[in-house]
Ligand binder design. Sequence first.
Ligand SMILES: *Cc1c(COP(=O)(O)O)cnc(C)c1O
Length: 225
Amino acid sequence: MNLKQRYQKVLTNIIDTKKRFSRVNDNVQLLAVSKKHSAQSIRTIYELGQHAFGENYVQEALDKQQELKDCQIDWHFIGPIQSNKTKQIAEHFNWVHSISREKIALRLNEARVGKTSKLNVLIQVNINQESTKEGIPISKLESFCQFITKLPNLNLRGFMAIPEASTDFDTQKNNFAVLHQQFLKHKEQYQLDTLSIGMSNDYQAAISEGSTLIRIGTDIFGERN
Ligand SMILES: *Cc1c(COP(=O)(O)O)cnc(C)c1O
């Protein structure tokens, strides 16, 4: 399959999965994760109607944004955030999925002063308490929501997670269920609308557990080098 065919196949799978889990009328957006793939590949699926792209590395993303400045792309930053990169991230992205430290939130808020729109942010949660992964524990979620909500240039939209790797559907689903419950619990109070869960290997399980935004790289663009 070529890039266009893989992209179409993912779109079809999303529709089928929504049917299978009775979510036909729910909004499940696709974020195309383009890290390590070329601006030309992005343009190919942009022309098929894909407008939301996710990137993990600031310099790589800025180079591609430069090449694609004629496109109306919604750029999402989804990788770990170094504090010396917060200014560039706040200036060049519409969304940030990977906020898990107060210091980073403060710096992004500061760097967004004077912009016409707020920066949409998601709190990254470390569901399985893995030391190798970013994210706050569930126990700190409430206080972190309160902290972010007070920052005037950030718009808290919801939560993001990367659970421990598993190929078993039920294990995947149980992990996502933990965050889904938290999302439902906090949704109204903080006016959340985005649950960013699901990648190439587990997006069916994520859709079954309330995902509103799946982040797909490999299934669209192929293996990364
Ligand atoms: C790379 C990445 C993805 C995409 O992963 P695939 O398995 O290639 O679909 C999704 N989310 C995050 C945070 C990533 O870093």
